[in-house]
Write a protein that binds this ligand. Structure first.
Ligand code: FAD
Ligand code: DHB
Length: 391
């Protein structure tokens, strides 16, 4: 069966859902195709930090109500090293804040808004494929949840299907330039029913490796541990997790971590990756489909949201008035912000993780001490962490 829409959006993560919502506000129709179930995307535990401009945008477009009620506004973070905490105060340095609000909560709010507004989001589709992106009449084929083959004709395809999606692969490899960096470690993410050790996030550099204490509420903590690149969850039974967190987050030899029931545990690979350009004919890539960062700077979801705020404006101009300049400049404009976040994420990752290399260790400690002692250095970190302006 055939159908038609203005923008065929592949992927119902933060990028695809927000793009669909923004286009709707601008009077542009879209259909979102998602391979997973609604329950799955709404419960996938991932990122948790919303930058200042991200929270502002969500409020502006009518998605801030629950975030403002349930999200935790933080005015700073702490860097823990040399056995002490060094606070970076976003409030006093910049007059800005971040909001701790889980990615799956953002996704729930987006799905609810799309369905309330009559938006079309098709879950549990299979075999998605993108066709004729070099022509004026691209289309997407897929098998719907009932097992029926479908064809969706459109003016534009938005590839918002994450790093392992199919849209990036629709671009001829000779036309795609890829920048890729792997790291010799990964993150073990833990969600636990326990009080966070501090009211703000604590990023710790320790000889045994990096540790991070974040949260989802005053009763639920989100913790991360640097582990080996090839390690699996099975190698990290709960007792070992708590022992390691206690050691890496100790101050003056005293444990600071509150132990509780583990609710979720998973390993996330660490990689920096950018595929350019973000536009190929009638296909526009956004979010993880085009670029990923190691999570140390808390940038992944924020970048996805920044991309689609630009893309929604560009596609609205293109499809409603025929104005092509914003669509033509989308890739270059978005990539300037992407590369800033790539640098910041690499910088935070290198400064906070241990590789066992003694020279790197001294460089990292020197950088941390400089940030702790210099308002200029702390302000630079703060400015990047709370997020640079979108446009
Ligand atoms: P995604 O959220 O990946 O959404 C893409 C969607 O497309 C998915 O729902 C997927 O099911 C769907 N899809 C894929 N293929 C197809 C297809 N062929 N057809 C239809 N649909 C398809 N960032 C942080 O800042 N901090 C973190 O702690 C953190 N943890 C993470 C943990 C994991 C396991 C992962 C994978 C990422 C993590 N990130 C983290 C990164 C952050 O979550 C992402 O940057 C963010 O989700 C990007 O949003 P997106 O919409 O671009 O992509
Ligand atoms: C969280 C994730 C991050 O990658 C980060 O840098 C800070 C917090 C979180 O999930 O809360």
């Amino acid at each position: 069966m055939n159908a038609r829409t203005d923008v065929a959006i592949v992927g119902a993560g933060p990028a695809g859902l927000l793009l669909s919502h923004l286009l709707h506000l601008n009077g542009v129709e879209s259909v979102v195709l998602e391979s997973r179930s609604r329950e799955y995307v709404e419960s996938r535990v991932r990122a948790g930090v919303l930058e200042h401009p991200t929270a502002e945008l969500l409020r502006e477009v009518g998605l801030g109500e629950r975030m403002d009620r349930e999200g935790l506004v933080h005015a700073g973070i702490s860097l823990r090293f040399d056995g002490a905490d060094h606070r970076i105060g976003f409030d006093e340095l910049l007059g800005k804040t971040i909001t701790v609000y889980g990615q799956q909560e953002v996704v729930k709010d987006l799905v609810a808004a799309r369905l309330r507004d009559g938006g079309q989001v098709e879950f549990e589709v299979a075999d998605t494929a993108v066709h004729d992106i070099g022509d004026d009449a691209p289309w997407v084929s897929y098998v719907d949840a009932q097992g029926e083959g479908r064809r969706l004709d459109c003016a534009v395809v938005a590839g918002c299907d994450g790093f392992h999606g199919v849209t990036r692969g629709a671009v001829p490899s000779a036309r795609l330039r890829v920048f890729d960096r792997r790291y010799p470690f990964a993150w073990l993410g833990i969600l636990a029913k326990a009080r966070p050790l501090h009211e703000e996030l604590v990023y710790a550099r320790h000889a045994r490796g990096f540790a991070l204490c974040s949260m989802r509420s005053p009763q639920i903590t989100r913790l991360y541990l640097q582990v080996g690149a090839d390690e699996t969850v099975e190698q990290w039974p709960d007792d070992r997790v708590w022992e390691e967190l206690t050691a890496r987050l100790a101050v003056d030899g005293r444990g600071t971590v509150n132990v509780g029931d583990v609710l979720d545990k998973g390993v996330t690979a660490m990689r920096s990756f950018v595929a350019v350009p973000l536009r190929h004919g009638r296909l526009f890539l956004a979010g993880d489909a085009a670029h990923i960062v190691p999570p140390t700077g808390a940038k992944g979801m924020n970048l996805a949201i920044a991309d689609v705020s630009l893309l929604a404006r560009a596609l609205t101009a293109l499809l409603r008035t025929g104005r092509a300049d914003l669509a033509d400049s989308y890739s270059d404009t978005a990539l300037r912000r992407v590369w800033r976040a790539e640098h910041f994420s690499w910088f935070m990752t290198s400064m906070l993780h241990s590789t066992g290399d003694e020279f790197d260790e001294q460089l990292a400690l020197s950088q941390l001490r400089y940030i702790a002692g210099s308002t200029a250095a702390a302000t630079s970190l703060a400015e990047n962490y709370v997020g640079l302006p979108f446009a």
